[in-house]
Design a protein. Structure first.
Length: 87
């Protein structure tokens, strides 16, 4: 179903991250998960793409910064998530 590249930045033990990944899994979406628990280059990439982000998950569909788990769920409730995933 997914034609867009999805990147999700997560941390170990994050319930919101788990919830966001479950939603994407239910949609059959393939995503790239980057664990930023210990910082490093992927955390810097996350902050470059979303400079004001201080929490995880941070989710990107294509070039669009979705935000976190709550924003992803709101997109799903509105029906817009399926459109975004289809490209």
């Amino acid at each position: 179903m997914t034609t867009q590249t999805i990147d999700i930045f997560t941390k170990f033990g994050c319930g919101y991250c788990y919830r966001a990944k479950q939603l994407l899994d239910r949609k059959g979406a393939k995503y790239n998960e980057y664990d930023v628990t210990l910082g490093g280059t992927k955390k810097r990439e996350m902050l470059d793409r979303a400079p004001h982000a201080r929490t995880v998950p941070q989710i990107f569909i294509g070039d669009v910064h979705v935000g976190g788990s709550d924003e992803l769920a709101a997109l799903d409730r509105s029906g817009r998530l399926d459109e975004m995933l289809a490209g």
